[in-house]
Design a protein around this ligand. Sequence first.
Ligand code: SAM
Ligand code: SF4
Length: 364
Amino acid sequence: MRNEQENTKALIDKLESLHTLSRAEFAEILACDDDYLFERARCAAHKVYGKSIFMRGLIEFTNYCKNNCYYCGLRAENKKARRYRLTKEQILECCKTGYPLGFRTFVLQGGEDVYYTDDILADIVSEIKAAYPDCAVTLSVGERSYESYERLFRAGADRYLLRHETANDAHYRTLHPDAMSSFNRKQCLRDLKKIGYQVGCGFMVGTPGQTPEHIIDDLFFIKELQPHMAGIGPFIPHSDTPFRDKTAGDVRITLNILAILRLMQPNLLIPATTALATLDAQGREQGILAGANVVMPNLSPVDVRTKYLLYDHKMCTGDEAAEYAAGMRNRIQRIGYEVAVSRGDCIDISSHTINPSPGQCHPA
Ligand code: SAM
Ligand code: SF4
């Protein structure tokens, strides 16, 4: 037993210094329950970002979607979803509320809603950037053409979140209808990076049929893509989707993946997701203590929050944005971290002075 533990610790150290492992070694760390993994991951995060946690204001501006991902409550065929769209004025109002609360990034997220043409979205992005020039705008509106991504970038969008969902093509096909492809999704991510966006990929943990081998494919895909951000959260079933009877993802494995990613790419921006907080009341804190450094409180108007239901029991308080942000700040301070009032861009570690050597790092 002691030998096994020593082995795992040695592998974690190896990951910290080499930023990669063999498939068999990754599999061993994925399954481990040694908190030494989290300790090393926190330490790696501290070396690049200190004890700062970046806050992004999430504006869920439409829940219309033309797609039919089998896992998602917003899928077009879910006739029970109560659909809504926010106007440009409503979106700007969310930013107006968020700015004095310290938000310096606004994330516009929604289904693939054809109503938001390039003209409409570009106009919204450029108005936000004109009103809040010191803020970053992140888009998360799914797959679009190269020209569309370029147009939105020129309008001022800084970042784009597009989870690749699974890097394994066969697994991708079991989660999506034929109209969608893993190839196209990955191509979108490469296009976004080429255009100049800070790019975020990611995947759900515990989607039906997912094996450790699939997760290792995801880790290698992330290694190859070298994104700026990676969003990893547990899959949670939604009762009005084909996956209604499936089991939710595992919290411990999700935390292990956050920690592995932190050690693989120490400058990565990694959110402690709402899905993690939905499955475990301490999920956000646990995520940060496993190496995450981003939180995304909801800035959407209170009356639409209960309609943006990707999965059942989504953690969604009726708090106004101010209370929500204050609550989040307190929770983060209680575990020894500080919310930074800054855009929170990805730090280029090639030009960064790295803090103490592993031996000198004393995480919380
Ligand atoms: N439509 C855009 C897209 O798909 O990229 C952005 C919005 S989509 C709702 C954002 C993410 O929610 C997806 O990438 C997916 O990983 C996640 N999601 C959807 N359904 C989920 C579920 N049942 N459990 C956990 N996460 C889910
Ligand atoms: Fe639409 Fe995104 Fe949900 Fe898929 S995950 S159904 S693209 S909102």
